[in-house]
Design a protein around this ligand. Structure first.
Ligand SMILES: O=C(O)CCC(=O)C(=O)O
Length: 284
């Protein structure tokens, strides 16, 4: 369980890092499941509903960028996402009534792994309040060199940073980010990072020879309801489900207004949207 200092850190800083959250057994099960699910997939031939490949490789290349929704599709991950031990941590942050929201595995393979630009998760799926957490579980030893998460503390209670240009959502912060405030979060395999969905974060390309796989799960308080169901945004709701406690009879509002993500066109993922946005920046 979290100590009271850790709960206070989450509330004040917008994140808390918890070493050795996963056991060696958890890591072994997750690594085997990933191996099984990705075996035989190539850039030219893979299941687009279940995974996204690194685009900068030969058609026969096997480097996977992301696995979509492991906690819905694969038993080892689903069981973990609904486990009492994990949900008890989330309950310490948001109370007894909890929704699972979504999951993914970002693979960041050695030498190529795509960067993730500065963004706040709630910009993708506005909710009636900020009681939403993204939990990153490092599945490999993770350092600055292989692209650890970096966060900007104490921004999760401020208004959302701008993620748009010309009225359209770009999936990344579009104003200047003061990177001198960034905190890199290195950790051994098994480390968990609990991050408020309003905390700005990013990670750089993996230029090292070491993999950097990260399992990401998102949960929210049952009374944090989606406020916008436009194209793309409603997709983040597809797998949401009550995992602890009861349904909320009232939506709780903690903000008077919040920007909604208006998409210029359909996108495959955050990576795809951020890449398009980088190309537009380069042309400007
Ligand atoms: O993989 C990472 O380093 C960060 C991932 C992330 O922020 C996201 O997928 O929304």
């Amino acid at each position: 369980m979290f100590t009271s200092e850790q709960v206070a850190q989450f509330s004040e800083e917008g994140f808390v890092l918890y070493p050795h959250f996963l056991s060696d057994g958890d890591l072994g099960r997750f690594h085997s499941s990933i191996q099984e699910v990705t075996a035989g997939s190539t850039l030219a031939e893979h299941d687009e509903m279940r995974m996204e490949m690194e685009p900068q490789q030969e058609p026969g290349g096997e480097l996977v960028r992301r696995l979509y929704e492991p906690c819905t599709h694969y038993e080892a991950f689903r069981a973990f996402s609904e486990s009492d031990s994990l949900l008890s941590f989330v309950e310490q942050l948001f109370g007894p009534d909890l929704f699972f929201h979504y999951s993914k595995i970002n693979m960041k393979p050695p030498g190529i792994g795509s960067p993730v630009e500065w963004h706040q998760d709630l910009s993708y799926y506005p909710l009636t309040n900020r009681d939403s957490v993204s939990i990153l579980f490092y599945l490999d030893d993770t350092t600055i060199e292989n692209g650890c998460l970096q966060v900007i503390p104490r921004k999760h209670t401020a208004p959302l940073l701008d993620h748009s240009t010309q009225g359209f959502f770009r999936g990344k912060v579009t104003t200047k980010v003061d990177e001198s405030q960034a905190v890199p979060l290195e950790g051994a395999a098994g480390t968990a990072i609990f991050m408020n969905a309003m905390t700005p974060h990013s990670s750089i390309t993996n230029t090292s020879k070491q993999p950097r796989r990260t399992l990401i799960l998102s949960y929210r308080a049952a009374d944090a309801f989606p406020v916008y169901t436009g194209e793309m945004t409603h997709l983040t709701e597809q797998h949401s489900r009550l995992v602890r406690g009861g349904l909320a009879a009232k939506a709780r509002f903690s903000m008077n207004e919040f920007p909604v993500p208006l998409y210029e066109s359909r996108i495959a993922s955050l990576y795809d949207l951020q890449e398009r946005s980088r190309q537009e920046d380069a042309q400007a």
